[in-house]
Design a protein around this ligand. Structure first.
Ligand code: PBG
Length: 334
C-alpha cells in the first residue's frame, strides 16, 4: 500500500484549505489581466456608446469614442483588444471589410493613436460586411465559395495590418485561409504581424447575442457547412493541425465553457499558445441569471474564467475582461 492509500486519518486534504493564505499558496490556476482579451465593437457615427440589448454592459462605440474605451481597457491592465466593425454598407463582396477607410481600419488607428501600447487584434471575416450575412462569398446557386472567399479575407487582413493591427484573427472557417492570409501579409511586408486563428470554431447557438450585436445573422441557411459540428473533438485537432501548418501563431477554441474538453485536448496535443473565446451567449446567460438574482455574477465569472484556464487556455477572449481586470486589480476577484 502506498502512503497515499494509507490515507485518513493521517492524511487530511482539508489542511490545504484552512484559510485564504494556504489556499492561495497551493492554487494551481490563476487568472491575471495579462490573460484577458477584450472584444470591442466599433461603429460609424459620432458620440455613440450604445448598449447592446442582449449583452448588457457591452456597447457599440463610434470611432471617435474608441480612444475612451481603449484608455479604460489599458488602464485596467488589459494588454489586448479584439476589434469588430459595424460597417456603413453591406454588399455581396463585403467591400468595406477590405476598405482602408473602413470602420475597423478607422478603429484600429483610433486605438493605436490613443494607446500605442495596447495590442490590437482584429476579427477577419466577411459576415458583418456581406448583405447575405455569410462568412464567405455566395455562388448564384447559394453555396459558400471557399476559394473565392480566401482572396477577400486576405485583402481584409492586409488592410487591417496597414491600419496598424498587431494581429489578425480569421473567424470565417474557410479551408486554407490561414495560408492565404500569411502569404498576403508576408507579401506586403507584414511578416511581423501575428495570426490568431479561430481554429476550432463550432457552429454554436451561443453566438446568438453577437449576431444581434454585429447585425451579422445569415439571411438564409446557417453556418453548418463551414463551422464545426459541436459533436466533433477529434476533427477539432485536425483543424488546429492544419492551421498551425499553414502558419497560425496562436489557435483558438470557440465557444469556451461548453468545449472545455476540446481546449484540454488542443493544449495536450500542440505546444502553441491556446486561446478560448468565452462567447456572447455565455456572457448573456450569466448576465441574465445575475439580473434575476439567481446567481452571484462576480463569483460565477471568476469560476468560469478559472475553469477555462484550468482546461488549458493561455488566454481568454471575454466580454467580462474589463470587470474581471478591475476586480483583479482591487484584490476582489477570488
Ligand atoms: C464572425 C464572428 C462571430 C463571432 C465572432 N466572430 C459570429 C459567428 O460566427 O456567427 C461570435 C462571437 C460571440 O458570440 O461572442 N464570424
Amino acid at each position: 500500500m502506498t502512503r497515499e492509500q494509507a490515507g485518513f486519518p493521517r492524511l487530511r486534504l482539508r489542511r490545504l484549505r484552512r484559510g485564504e493564505a494556504v489556499r492561495r499558496l497551493v492554487r494551481e490556476t490563476t487568472v491575471t489581466a495579462d490573460d484577458l482579451v477584450y472584444p470591442l465593437f466599433a461603429t460609424w457615427g459620432s458620440g455613440l456608446r450604445e448598449e447592446i440589448p442582449a449583452m448588457p454592459g457591452q456597447y457599440h462605440w463610434s470611432v471617435d469614442r474608441v480612444p475612451e474605451v481603449a484608455a479604460e481597457v489599458a488602464g485596467a491592465g488589459i494588454k489586448a483588444v479584439l476589434l469588430f466593425g459595424l460597417p456603413a454598407r453591406k454588399d455581396p463582396h463585403a467591400s468595406e471589410a477590405y476598405d482602408d477607410e473602413g470602420v475597423v481600419q478607422a478603429a484600429i488607428r483610433a486605438v493605436k493613436e490613443a494607446r500605442p501600447d495596447l495590442l490590437v487584434l482584429t476579427d477577419v471575416c466577411l459576415c458583418q460586411y456581406t448583405d447575405h450575412g455569410h462568412c464567405g462569398v455566395v455562388t448564384p446557386d447559394g453555396r459558400i465559395d471557399n476559394d473565392r472567399s480566401l482572396e477577400l479575407l486576405a485583402r481584409a487582413a492586409v488592410s487591417h495590418a496597414r491600419a496598424g493591427a498587431d494581429g489578425v484573427a480569421p473567424s470565417d472557417m474557410m479551408d486554407g485561409r490561414v495560408a492565404a492570409i500569411r502569404a498576403a501579409l508576408d507579401g506586403e511586408g507584414f511578416e511581423d504581424r501575428l495570426i490568431l486563428s479561430y481554429a476550432a470554431k463550432f457552429a454554436s447557438a451561443f453566438y446568438g447575442p453577437f449576431r444581434e450585436a454585429a447585425h451579422s445573422a445569415p439571411r438564409f441557411g446557417d453556418r453548418r457547412s463551414y463551422q464545426m459540428d459541436p459533436a466533433n473533438a477529434r476533427e477539432a485537432l485536425r483543424e488546429v493541425a492544419l492551421d498551425v501548418a499553414e502558419g497560425a501563431d496562436m489557435v483558438m477554441v470557440k465557444p469556451a465553457l461548453p468545449y472545455l474538453d476540446v481546449i484540454r485536448r488542443v493544449r495536450d496535443t500542440f505546444p502553441h499558445p491556446v486561446a478560448a473565446y468565452n462567447v456572447s451567449g455565455e456572457y448573456a446567460m450569466i448576465k441574465a441569471a445575475a439580473a434575476r438574482g439567481w446567481i452571484d455574477e462576480d463569483r460565477v465569472v471568476a469560476e468560469s474564467l478559472t475553469a477555462i484556464k484550468r482546461a488549458g487556455a493561455d488566454l481568454v477572449v471575454t466580454y467580462f475582461a474589463l470587470d474581471a481586470a478591475r476586480r483583479l486589480a482591487s484584490g476582489g476577484f477570488y
